[in-house]
Design a protein around this ligand. Structure first.
Ligand code: PGA
Length: 261
């Protein structure tokens, strides 16, 4: 995998947005897999700025959701559907039908998981999947020891993830759902380009394990090592535990500008 070390979160957002813009220039109707949480905000803001400045036409882009809480009422402001519509689809000026995601309020959640996995394939597959990383090494909501071959399915959140996400629910962990739908690791690995963005010192351990540790389901993000085109964009703080940081810096600095991520 390629590791790109940037100064801070804003630079990370700009770097990833440039890559998305480059993809959309080549393939205007690309299917972009988007992540939620705090980390990707700078990406969406930078991409929106590029679209508004006329640097890239996003009007044909399609958006796919990575994961979703189970059991929040439809339209709940913290459902990931609501978050993606608010933070990505609306700012980019896209119609709601440009967006696809799993139905976390479905009566039959298992059927909803299978249907979403199928829908992603029928849409031609994800071109670029943006990922965050949990402090426990998860990608999507694939918690430690998720099968590396897993498909979209229902998962139970770890206590750590519920603690981490309580900030979106007024700090009240009892409001954080226990169950989620997530694209499986096998599903995620089918995207043509994986871009994992991590910022902040609290991600440094998880990043080091994912990038420099063995491939192991106990660190789900280590599955990126199996992908032929995976890019890890980290700020200095999140890179602070990488033993090969200088090598990664030198390699990226030597890359021609036109090549992108
Ligand atoms: P965060 O979440 O961006 O809010 O830190 C990342 C994740 O849990 O995947």
């Amino acid at each position: 995998m390629e590791v790109v070390i940037v100064e801070d979160a804003a630079a990370g957002g700009e770097t990833v947005a440039q890559s998305i813009a480059q993809l959309l220039r080549a393939k205007p109707d690309a299917l972009l897999g988007v992540a939620t949480g705090s980390t990707p905000g700078p990406v969406y803001r930078a991409l929106t700025a590029k679209a508004r400045a006329g640097e890239v036409d996003v009007s044909a882009a399609r958006i796919a959701q990575l994961d979703e809480y189970v059991g929040l009422p439809a339209g709940h402001p913290e459902s990931y559907r609501s978050v993606v519509l608010r933070e990505v689809v609306a700012p980019l000026g896209l119609a709601e039908d440009a967006f696809m995601g799993p139905d976390g309020s479905a009566e039959d959640v298992r059927a909803a998981c299978l249907a979403y996995d199928r829908a992603l394939a029928e849409a031609g597959g994800v071109d670029l999947q943006l990922l965050g990383i949990g402090t426990d090494g998860h990608i999507g909501f694939n918690e430690p020891c998720s099968s590396l071959a897993s498909r979209t399915r229902i998962k139970t959140l770890t206590e750590q993830t519920r603690v981490d996400n309580a900030r979106f629910f007024d700090g009240d962990i009892t409001q954080v759902p226990r169950h989620v739908i997530t694209q499986g690791i096998g599903t995620i690995l089918e995207a043509r380009h994986l871009v994992l963005l991590a910022t902040g010192e609290n991600k440094a351990d998880a990043v080091a394990l994912a990038v420099e540790g063995p491939v192991a389901s106990v660190v789900p993000a280590s599955a990126l090592q199996l992908h032929p085109h995976a890019t890890v964009v980290v700020d200095e703080a999140a890179a602070s535990k990488l033993k090969l940081a200088d090598y990664f810096r030198a390699t990226y600095a030597a890359k021609p500008d036109w090549q992108g991520l």
